[in-house]
Design a protein around this ligand. Structure first.
Ligand code: ADP
Ligand code: MG
Length: 275
């Protein structure tokens, strides 16, 4: 058993990296499941039209499933689209579906187009009887209006970095975007958490990337690294996170450890650093 307590306030993190395939969705669902297993109540908002987070959480997201699209475009309350993941009563998901692919364009003409998610989430949180400890937003790999909505709704940016060639490519662009959002839309936003993923201890490259990231970002990088693991990549095809698919695998252990660090750091952890 681990000693962990939740504060009673809601932390809202957007899992962002403009590169695709770096482990954003994998990190979102597994950190969410791990926090739920620690007793925290977690909402995952699937903001990627591909809907991979919804799939991994075992939540239906066909074309006629109420989804985050309806929330963003048609003002449907968030509560009306949220589903409970079969993995845990503490694990909730606002699914994406195919309609979200058009939202990027449809949002352009909406009133307060950058604030749609923030407004929906704020209204939802105010109505809740049972507090959410965490909201994790899974972003698509681009800086369009969906990602801008996530940046505007969140207070923390959670950046997964793949321990591979070109890991740091595009990072200054992401940090620039965070600064721009801070200035114009959301002064509270800051880069709070960096997680090194797909780490391969056998390669010099993984270690070089890890060292380089740790030297650039002293306060934000979690001590825990996520190993490259087949169990992690298999889990979604069973509609599961690795936490429930194979809880004793190296990937599950690492994700639980990372989740524990995130919970224990609280909001304060990253205030030493600067986004
Ligand atoms: P993103 O959301 O950034 O596009 P994903 O989370 O979908 O990235 O991950 C990209 C691919 O890498 C997926 O096929 C996923 O299963 C795989 N993957 C992610 N993390 C790991 C890991 N720790 N070990 C092995 N495969 C991984
Ligand atoms: Mg993804």
């Amino acid at each position: 058993d681990v000693d962990v307590s939740f504060t009673g306030s809601t932390r809202i993190l957007t899992i962002s990296n403009q590169k695709g395939g770096v482990g954003k969705t994998t990190t979102t669902v597994n950190i969410a499941a791990a926090i739920a297993s620690l007793g925290g109540r977690v909402l995952v908002i699937d903001l990627d039209p591909q809907g991979n987070a919804s799939t991994a959480l075992g939540v239906p997201h066909t074309a006629d499933t109420p989804s985050i699209y309806d929330v963003l475009i048609d003002d449907v309350p968030l509560a009306d689209v949220i589903q409970v993941s079969p993995e845990s009563d503490n694990l909730l998901c606002a699914p994406s579906n195919i309609h979200l692919a058009g939202a990027e364009i449809e949002l352009v003409t909406q009133v307060a187009r950058e604030q749609r998610l923030k407004t929906a989430l704020t209204d939802h949180l105010a109505d809740l009887e049972q507090t959410l400890d965490f909201v994790l937003i899974d972003c698509p790999p681009s800086l369009g209006l969906l990602t801008i909505n996530a940046f505007t709704a969140a207070t923390e940016v959670f950046l997964p970095i793949q321990c591979e060639y070109y890991a740091l490519e595009g990072l200054s662009q992401l940090l620039g975007n965070v600064k721009m959002i801070q200035k114009h839309l959301n002064p509270a936003l800051r880069l709070s958490t960096i997680l090194l993923t797909m780490f391969d201890a056998r390669t010099r490259l993984s270690q070089q990337v890890a060292e380089e990231v740790r030297s650039h970002f002293t306060g934000e990088v979690l001590d825990t690294v996520i190993p490259r693991s087949v169990r992690v990549s298999e889990a979604p095809s069973f509609g599961k996170t690795v936490i429930s698919y194979d809880g004793s695998s190296a990937g599950a252990i690492a994700y639980r450890e990372a989740a524990l660090e995130i919970v224990r750091r609280g909001d304060a952890g990253a205030e030493e650093g600067d986004a």
